[in-house]
Design a protein around this ligand. Structure first.
Ligand code: URA
Length: 204
């Protein structure tokens, strides 16, 4: 079966998933999007408010920053990479649906077969995990992102590099963190032998 069909079938399965409690509060599932033949795959933690409403990953504030870093900072179009999340439904703190929270362990484990299958289908050359939940799950570790970021790991034969989640950059507005995410993604570009076409650092 070709990749597009496989991803479409999996997306259908995800859209009717009720394996965990996040299915009770979601508006839409957020499967992931991008090039099925992507060499580079980004994995975030889970949909936020805007993602839940639109069904698309990384389209809220953190997503806008992520897109700016990719497109303006490195000259990579979102459509050339694949963007997915560890969980496909939005984790919220309460029924007011205002605040997001990281996925809980049981939610991550119920949902994880989907992201694992996406990785298997796409088989990228490099994976970048964004933030703690994705990194901890994929590397099966309790070590935090500040220790792990910027280093290469192996995920089932695929080089994986953890870096900060863009929402951390937004929250902290730390110049050091901005510099570090820049360095991390430069390593990824070098690993893929991709030319950095635009050398402008983004502005928040
Ligand atoms: N944060 C994530 O981790 N994923 C999204 O899709 C949006 C925000």
């Amino acid at each position: 079966m070709n990749k597009i069909l496989e991803l479409e079938n999996l997306e259908k399965e995800v859209s009717s998933c009720f394996k965990c409690k996040l299915s009770n509060t979601r508006t839409r599932t957020v499967f992931g999007e991008g090039n099925p033949n992507a060499e580079l795959m980004f994995i975030g933690e889970g949909p936020g408010k805007n993602e839940d409403l639109t069904g698309r990953p990384f389209v809220g504030k953190a997503g806008e920053l992520f897109t700016r870093i990719l497109e303006k900072g490195f000259g990579i179009s979102r459509t050339n990479v694949y963007i997915g999340n560890i969980v496909k439904c939005r984790p919220t703190v309460d029924m007011n649906f205002e605040k997001d929270r990281p996925p809980e362990k049981d939610e991550t484990y119920s949902c994880s077969p989907y992201i694992l299958r996406q990785i298997e289908i796409i088989r990228p050359k490099v994976i970048v995990s964004l933030g703690n939940p994705a990194t901890k799950f994929l590397l099966n570790t309790d070590e935090g992102i500040t220790k792990l970021r910027g280093k290469w790991f192996d995920f089932q034969g695929i080089p994986l590099l953890p870096t900060y989640h863009p929402s951390f950059i937004l929250r902290s507005d730390s110049e050091t963190a901005k510099q570090e995410i820049w360095e991390d993604l430069t390593k990824v570009m070098n690993k893929l032998n991709w030319e950095i076409k635009v050398k402008i650092k983004w502005k928040n």
